[in-house]
Design a protein around this ligand. Structure first.
Ligand SMILES: NC(=O)c1ccc[n+]([C@@H]2O[C@H](COP(=O)([O-])OP(=O)(O)OC[C@H]3O[C@@H](n4cnc5c(N)ncnc54)[C@H](OP(=O)(O)O)[C@@H]3O)[C@@H](O)[C@H]2O)c1
Length: 365
């Protein structure tokens, strides 16, 4: 477990050292994403050079709820007057919407960079978009929209932003807030889970987790030294996710009035959750590169130990992160999946889905 005061000091060091700091928070209008936006505002508050210095922190919030976004933005601008917070409305279950939002954000960052004759960059991408659903629902792009929210849209955000992420001086840092604690289990003969037999909640989630871990690891490998990706399990954060889900009323009742109150000792407070997510932008803990030194040497990096990656190496660029910013260590099936070509198969499948939807608007398999 990384202690919260260590997390806070690493975040403060990040805010002192990286200016401007550019972050995109998808699903930033509520819950864990909102906590991340607020942690950015609180951490960067007062860190400009004064005299109306603006834009040393730029945060792009993506979601559908404009009213919620504007309330968060007003409060963050008060907390961090030098920060610039912008909202982009988009239904992220659709890849064409992901592409539109990405193009708008890239355009703005490119203009900012051109004005300062500096390279355009994004330092931090956090993906929190998600809805709980026991059922699947096909979108007009031919994908289950919940699968898209948890996996395809998130990986498409990384892929679209890649040129700007790898331009970040510390290497771009990416977080997918989902459930790194679940043991993955891939359905290799039905990658998009068309077969109703593969559509139980358990099978879907284990498959989403497996796809996420493999694609992230593959991206880290292909962009070694320039990209760090964390799959994060935030623990139990008392958000509104259950009430905005399409679960039956009795399950909502059970969780709202029995499970949630009884589990309060295990709740992770919003403020802590936001700080711990921001910590995943820390190159001292989650570097974009494998660390070749010894464990003892790594412990001397700014008082923060380098985490172990999915591949079991020290550092490495892809991490399965616990709610306390520890890592789960090596993905058990890692070596086998890489050796038997499964990792390549999943990478190619995902890129094919992206290409087909971009070209024809729909994926058919
Ligand atoms: N809360 C927990 O204890 C917990 C535990 C483990 C994992 N997680 C995971 O953490 C993530 C965030 O959960 P949360 O509890 O913060 O949920 P939440 O409070 O319901 O927030 C979900 C966010 O996703 C956005 N979103 C949902 N559908 C969208 C769509 N079609 N297009 C764009 N944005 C969309 C929502 O924005 P709009 O409404 O504005 O669209 C909102 O900002 C989820 O992936 C969840 O599975 C949460």
């Amino acid at each position: 477990m990384v202690k919260l005061d260590v997390v806070r000091s690493a975040n403060a060091a990040l805010a002192d050292g990286t200016k401007p700091f550019v972050a995109v928070v998808a699903g930033g209008t509520a819950g864990i994403g909102e906590a991340t936006v607020r942690a950015l505002a609180a951490t960067f508050a007062g860190r400009g050079s004064g005299d109306g210095d603006r834009g040393f922190l730029r945060v792009y919030i993506v979601g559908r709820n404009r009213e919620a976004a504007h309330k968060i933005i007003a409060e963050c601008e008060t907390a961090c007057p030098g920060g610039v917070f912008r909202f982009y409305k988009g239904d992220l279950s659709l890849l064409k919407e992901v592409d539109r939002v990405c193009a708008e954000i890239i355009g703005i960052e490119q203009r900012e960079a051109d004005a300062k004759a500096a390279p355009a960059k994004i330092d931090f991408l956090v993906c929190c978009q998600g809805v709980l659903s026991l059922t699947v629902e096909e979108s007009n792009e031919g994908l289950d929209k919940y699968f898209s929210l948890y996996y395809y849209s998130r990986m498409r955000l990384v892929e679209r932003f890649l040129p700007l992420l790898i331009a970040s001086p510390n290497g771009g840092h990416v977080v997918s807030v989902f459930n790194s604690s679940i043991q993955s289990s891939l359905v290799l003969d039905d990658l998009t889970l068309r077969n109703p037999r593969n559509q139980t909640l358990r099978t879907r989630f284990a498959h989403f987790v497996g796809m996420t871990n493999i694609f992230m690891e593959e991206l880290a490998r292909r962009n070694s030294g320039r990209l760090a990706l964390c799959h994060y399990h935030p623990g139990f954060v008392p958000t509104n996710i259950l009430n905005s889900s399409n679960l039956p009323w009795y399950l909502k009742f059970l969780v709202n009035y029995i499970v949630t109150p009884l589990s309060w000792p295990f709740w992770v407070p919003f403020e802590e959750c936001g700080q711990r997510i921001l910590f995943m932008a820390s190159p001292a803990r989650f570097p974009a590169l494998e660390f070749k030194g010894t464990e003892a040497a790594a412990g001397k990096v700014k008082g923060v130990e380098i985490a172990t990656g999915i591949d079991g190496k020290f550092g490495g660029g892809a991490y399965l992160v616990t709610k306390d910013d520890d890592t789960f260590g090596k993905e058990k099936k890692y070596d086998e999946l890489r050796a038997n070509g499964t990792a390549e198969k999943i990478y190619q499948h995902t890129m094919t889905v992206f290409a087909e939807i971009e070209a024809s608007g729909v994926y058919k398999d």
